[in-house]
Design a protein around this ligand. Structure first.
Ligand code: SAM
Length: 279
């Protein structure tokens, strides 16, 4: 069967390279190249961008990114078994794909890329949230990336885009929405993957803002949200009492009722409180 790039279908690649999926590496592969090209398109125009991909596996999304015109893809893969399959993709796109065999939590990928940079990945579930938090909390803002287009378990995706008052609302929503626009752009059923996971998945697209949506000190905001949501059923005057002896006054000065709970407070309120605490 003809593919979008003339390379063999992914089912054959997986068979020929004996890439039996390993659960401990979060290996649920996408085999439909039309779908991987569609995911690549969610990242916007890639023709003038370097792309960082984490966990290319047998190369389905990598091939989608290259077929959609990415200027260059740097793909970081922990499983050395995938390297021969990825080398075939690199041969088909001379000079446009570089593969690093390593752990994405340890490799300094931004140092190997040229701006503008977009991150696109079907993330391994076991490191996905940690990578996202790192990308959202660099020492300097703006970060190295222009956008992140990332596949997560649907439940995690919902936490990223959640609004106040919902069960999914918490630290991840605040971190993501403080300095980026975040939206779910695709939802995928388990059958889209081989082997199928137990849960649905979703692609989230985050576009960085040049400035945070509301002014606040990042470290203070992070501390407040951690304390507030660690005890999300408690009133803020009690969950935040370790922050300042006069926490009730500070909450009122920020326009927040001391009896409110973290899950009711919008981003703007947390930022106002961070400014009060910084005074
Ligand atoms: N991108 C491929 C696709 O869409 O079919 C594979 C996605 S699969 C969900 C996750 C991939 O991440 C696997 O290939 C796995 O080996 C790789 N991986 C797991 N942990 C990793 C890590 N810490 N650093 C880099 N790659 C990792």
């Amino acid at each position: 069967m003809a593919t979008i790039d003339g390379l063999p279908p992914l089912r054959d690649v997986i068979r020929d390279h004996e890439l039996v999926a390993k659960k401990q590496l979060g290996q649920n592969f996408l085999l439909d190249l039309n779908l991987t090209a569609k995911i690549a398109r969610q990242a916007g125009d890639l023709t003038a961008c370097d792309v960082l991909e984490v966990g290319p596996g047998p190369g389905g999304l990598t091939r989608g990114l290259l077929a959609e015109g990415a200027r260059r893809v740097l793909a970081v893969e922990k499983d050395a078994r995938c390297l021969p399959a990825l080398a075939e993709v690199a041969d088909a796109y001379p000079g446009r794909l570089e593969v690093i065999n390593g752990d994405a939590l340890e490799v300094d990928a931004p140092a190997m890329l040229n701006a503008p940079i977009r991150v696109v990945a079907n993330l391994p579930y076991n490191v996905g949230t940690e990578l996202l938090v790192r990308w959202l909390t660099p020492k300097q803002w703006p970060p190295f990336w222009e956008s992140l287009t990332l596949m997560f378990q649907k439940e995690v995706a919902e936490r990223i885009v959640a609004k106040p008052g919902s069960k999914a609302y918490g630290r991840l929503a605040l971190l993501a929405q403080w300095r980026a626009d975040a939206k779910i752009v695709l939802t995928l059923p388990p059958e889209a993957f081989t082997p199928p996971p137990k849960i649905h998945s979703a692609v989230v697209h985050l576009t960085r803002l040049d400035q945070p949506r509301f002014p606040a000190d990042a470290a203070i905001l992070s501390r407040i949200t951690a304390m507030g949501f660690n005890q999300r059923r408690k009133m803020l005057r009690s969950s935040l009492k370790g922050l300042a002896p006069d926490i009730e006054d500070r909450l009122r000065a920020a326009g927040i009722a001391p009896t409110a709970r973290a899950e009711e407070i919008p981003l703007e309120g947390f930022c106002a409180l961070a400014r009060e605490i910084a005074k």
